[in-house]
Design a protein around this ligand. Sequence first.
Ligand code: CP
Length: 313
Amino acid sequence: MDPNRKDLLGIQDLSKDEIEEILKTAESMEEILKRPIKIAPTLRGITVANLFLEPSTRTLNSFVLAEKRLSADTINISASSSSVLKGETLLDTAKNIEAMEVDMIVVRHSAPGTPHFLADRLKASIINAGDGCHEHPTQALLDLMTIKKKFSTFKNLQVAVIGDIKHSRVSRSLFSGLNKMGAKVTVCAPPTLLPLWLEPFEVDFQYSLEKTLPGKNILYILRIQKERQEESFFPSLREYVKNYALTYEKLEKFASPDVVIMHPGPINRGIEIESRIADSKYSLILDQVTSGVAVRMSILYLLSKRKLDGLKN
Ligand code: CP
């Protein structure tokens, strides 16, 4: 990791070397997670605030676990428990947290650019835990770790990303990561769910699920994000399911027998993915969640290194 890096705001900002270092460090962190007593003193003296102003199961709890596993002091702030409800600005909330000698703030917010806004104004390190439809870098890194563990290499891997790409912060971070690591990416969605921001990425386009499935190593399924859709992007949910939901029948008929299924969660069983696929031998969905703790330990450690070196001297 660039020794001067203060924040982790997006995959677009990371070099391939930095991504490789994060994944390699995450492998060492996995060693701690395999011990009978899963704790190391690595982040003793470091305080982390998890400022989650949008709901989260996986990201919030894996950050909390990562912080505890590395012996950091940790506080959690949610929308319903903070003075944001009384009209305090986000910046004032964040500055008050920082005033309590907090070293790192992990931020989730519905507004794109929120972590960047805070990073420019605070001395604390900011980690983007998902900003609106923009980026979700730690999700992409845990996805890359899951892929690396399964396939050892990214070179020439064929990855299809299927679903609501337009509203997906996960997909923008993932395309950036997969492009940097050398995987081949195909996107499959109704044309209305393919955004203009795809332009700089190296991706192939496909509108037919049946034509997308053959020859792929990984099918990465995205949720239909109804909460972020202000207008109708397809005639009906029933029609979307008919054309784009991954069913067991389509999987077995068109996909390679050794294909794997990934999904960032939360999954909508019966909408973008047939329920039994999520629990099948093809699924890496829970492996992704497991990788999340090690990857977040790695990121917390690498971003704290400067401060930790200062504490030693
Ligand atoms: N993948 C993901 O971000 O899940 P959560 O919303 O539960 O954190």
